[in-house]
Design a protein around this ligand. Sequence first.
Ligand code: FES
Length: 156
Amino acid sequence: MTVDARERVRAIVAAHQGERGSLMPILHAIQDEFGCVDQEVVPLLADELNISRAEVHGVVSFYSDFRSEPAGRTGVRLCRAEACQSVGAERLVAHAEQVLGIKVGQTTPDGSITLGQVFCLGNCALGPAAQVNGRLYGRLDPSALDAVLARETAGS
Ligand code: FES
């Protein structure tokens, strides 16, 4: 798990601080962002929430909603943080949801694409930004995103 991903998990936990029964919404937020709840998240969440690893693992494995790895062959994460929002990130999210026929956090029925979200990729000057298959893209508009998706899914 990258340092960046760990920071994002901590930020998600912080956003739910003080809520009762926050584990489920935290897990859903993690899956929405990363497309899955990675096993490496379990000890991190246990530490952050001051509960046992067994407790976190029990919840993750009990609910079939949670996937342990991204279902789609191509992982798409669209940035929805402030700088990207100010230059059209939400329009890009709406476009992606419409063309793919899924919502953020879901995978296309053919298993080709999992659509996720992220809150800053460090590419703010070149927003709206996205990460597709680990590669960073900037200045995306709907047609540029379509082109990226066509290229990244070619042959997958
Ligand atoms: S706000 Fe989108 S990359 Fe920073």
